[in-house]
Design a binder for this molecule. Sequence first.
Ligand SMILES: *Cc1c(COP(=O)(O)O)cnc(C)c1O
Length: 361
Amino acid sequence: MSRVYNFSAGPAVLPEEVLKEAQEEMLDYRGCGMSVMEMSHRSQMFQNIIDEAEADLRELMNIPDNYKVLFVQGGGALQFSAVPMNLMKNGVADYIVTGQWAKKAYVEAQKYGKAVKIATSEDKTFSYIPDCSDLPIDEDADYVYICMNNTIYGTVFHELPNTKGKTLVADISSCFLSEPIDVSKFGLLFGGAQKNIGPAGVQIVIIREDLLRDDLPEWVPTMLQYKVQADNGSMYNTPPCYGIYICGKVFKWIKGLGGLEAMKKRNEEKAAILYDFLDSSKLFKGTVRKEDRSLMNVPFVTGDKDLDAKFVKEAKEAGLENLKGHRTVGGMRASIYNAMPKEGVIKLVEFMKKFEAENTK
Ligand SMILES: *Cc1c(COP(=O)(O)O)cnc(C)c1O
């Protein structure tokens, strides 16, 4: 068996310890004679798995008691619909569009009410976070929406927007558990597991209780009503059981490493190795404004398409996989999520140095 360093943006690398544990428990989970995949979601065994996952997540993120944690399906993309369906009371919401995911959410919200783009960085291919200190927030806005970490473009909100008292909603798919976050500043947080937390198919929603409504319009699908999911402990129907089980293991892995402060330190160290090299390189350069750089997704280019392609190909041959950038940015992107070991980033930079020496005159 040989494992590569996998820089995929998602589904992405998982901690090897977690995969091994899952492997050991695959056929017989803790003496019950079956896999978690084969188990009734109504069994006590599974109830313990989901309860423990939730408790560990609450501890890691320091989630206040007046927030519900929901494990749901449908990906980030379905939350783009669920958020306006559940939160638009006045029928107005403000969107800060800092990338493709925020844009998709903004476009989707227009189906359900008046979604207003109050700021964007599209003029420069989303390579920065706009100033959000004094935006024209609508008086009737039910919420202000951001995508916290822009997976494709490699930017992150280091400072939260001034929402002028309105509820803040954030998609945290690609920075979930990468560093501490003050949950109390948000009305709702959501994120898909497949970037930083577990396998595809699980979506975690953290929602303040006063935003759970039982006066939703008839047409809102039952499955998409946060209140229904909350009242049923995420088990209105069969939840993504196996995915939740793996997420739970990742939460334990993070706790074992010292929690989110420790993850932040690790992630800062890893990112610095790559950014420092990019800043000194004659061949490669980062595509993002320095102060808005993400710790998780690092896009870079050589400025020459053919050379970029050559780099991606040769990197793959050297065991460094999935470095091709998103089709809208081109070049390369290294996603260095929680589970990417420091050695992986060191290996990548060593390879970049070698490539630079071989390809500059
Ligand atoms: C990947 C991603 C999504 C989309 O997730 P799906 O599960 O594919 O729907 C949404 N938002 C962000 C920030 C992402 O990185």
